[in-house]
Write a protein that binds this ligand. Sequence first.
Ligand code: ADP
Ligand code: MG
Length: 674
Amino acid sequence: MDQQQRSPLLEVKGNVELKIPLVKAPSRLPLPGRRVKRGPDQMEDALEPEKKRTRGLGTTTKIATSHPRAPPLRTVPQAQGQAAAQKVPKKTGPRYSTAPAAVSKSQKPVPPVPAQKPSTSAALPTAGGKKPTKRPAWDLKGQLCDLNAELKRCHEKTQTLDQENQRLRDQLREAQQQAKALGAERRTLEGELAAVRAQAEQGRQELGSLSARVLELEERLGTQEGFVQELQKEQLELQEERRGLAARLQEQERRLQASEAALSGSRAEVASLRQEAAAQALLLAERGERLHGLEMERRRLHNQLQELKGNIRVFCRVRPVLPGEPTPPPGLLLFPSGPSGPSDPPTRLSLSRSDERRGTLSGAPAPTTRHDFSFDRVFLPGSGQDEVFEEIAMLVQSALDGYPVCIFAYGQTGSGKTFTMEGGPGGTPQAEGLIPRAVRHLFSVAQELGGQGWTYSFVASYVEIYNETVRDLLATGARKGQGGDCEIRRAGPGSEELTVTNARYVPVSCEREVEALLHLARQNRAVARTAQNERSSRSHSVFQLQISGEHTGRGLQCGAPLSLVDLAGSERLDPGLALGPGERERLRETQAINSSLSTLGLVIMALSNKESHVPYRNSKLTYLLQNSLGGSAKMLMFVNISPLEENISETLNSLRFASKVNQCVIGTAQANRK
Ligand code: ADP
Ligand code: MG
């Protein structure tokens, strides 16, 4: 609508507005199911349309001149205008716009038109805006008619307005109801809102706790991931290990198969070996049996051999000239070779002695008398201990076979008896005497026989017989060096075995134990020597080893004593010498010695002659040794002689004694007899 079109409208009187078609504003009431927020002003507008309308009648009332739905104002012919005017109220309702708020925000409000004071003379506007034709003053009837028409129109208008009012009241009521409903709905909604808020709060809290939980879970997840990584790494390692193990397993299985194959082969081999072993065991048993038979045969033959050699043998041993001793005249002692020449072991000895008395009487040079002796063996001065022992080793071994063995060393003092029996000074292995050598030999042979089922035990004793009293050389402690309280007794009533009371019988199982005993005996003798002058040379030392053997498998037993006797010096006192009190004592000693030595000779002779009475009891020595002499016993006598010229007389005596003993058992005939 432009200015030119509007201008004629603005010129009309105040009621021009009535012709503005009322456009029904869109209902501001909320449609059902649609929430529309309303401002308080709007609510007010809705509730109090009448009031507004009253206000709108003021000079400042805004006219909605640009309502989008309002049809444009046009100048129409009166007839049309009237018709339109009549139609308008019905169609548009109240004349005044009740919708200042309905003005679109995009539309510019029309500035208020200054109100013009309507002229009293102005006729009612006609439709189309054309001025009504003014009736002449006289035309009262016409005027009345106009007024009536006007009245009628007003009346209609009033009716219309009433209707409109009624309608608006209805609308108001409806709006109130709606407002009420809306209030209720608002409260409900507020309640709902509060509930929603509470829910939201709860949700927020839950969210908080959930996010904390999420954080925790994330943390755990991190840890778990670490674990997982570790586990994966471990798994990889394990897989690697497993591969390695699988390879090893395969290898082991392969080996196992190979081993099993080998095992089955071995089993077969074992089976055949077992058979073989059984056969071998059988053979072994047979052989063992045979071996035993052979061993018994060996013993028998050995014994026979010893008997053939003579159950009483005599060996002569000449000691060397010691440093500082006068060299004997050549030819004093001669050792003629045997029948087979020098290769034969020497058995003969010749002693040449000048008979000074006869030479003196005749005035001629003293003739020399040659004394020939023959023994089982003669050991020259240069013979070593080993050479001597070699000759008696087989004899010593007889003790293990159950034959008593007795070895004597006979000779004057200083002739080498102790050297032969115990050994030389210094204790060097070469100087070892018969006792340690015999003991070592016995231990070693006993061990060998152990392989054939024999077990041996040895008990050693060492006593001294001085002047017919017995003393223990193995005494220790307070009894050391003392003597005389020992007696020779039978081990038990009816027993053949003899024992020395108060003497120590020491079980020995090795050479070193025997060495210790020999050392102790030497100590004991040394103590005695200081007390009584050179007593040792006037006493017999008897070392005895009781041997017991057992073959449990065959129930065999054997036992015999090995006696090694270092006899007292055989020298005699010159009967022509004047005897002092000390010498008288010495004579008694010598007589005792001589008595025991001659008793020994007599015993040997009685035994060799198979006499019914053997005078064992005539001396302590023979009494103690009676089980080692006679019967199946083997006896060996060493006659030790000095090479010195000054000892020639005693040497001759010794050789004569030994020769007598040697003659007791000559050759095999006598041996066979035994
Ligand atoms: P006995 O015991 O007969 O009185 P010994 O055995 O004490 O005589 O010997 C006297 C000395 O002669 C000792 O010094 C001893 O060492 C020495 N003797 C004895 N026989 C031999 C020998 N075959 N070889 C070397 N020295 C010997
Ligand atoms: Mg001696």
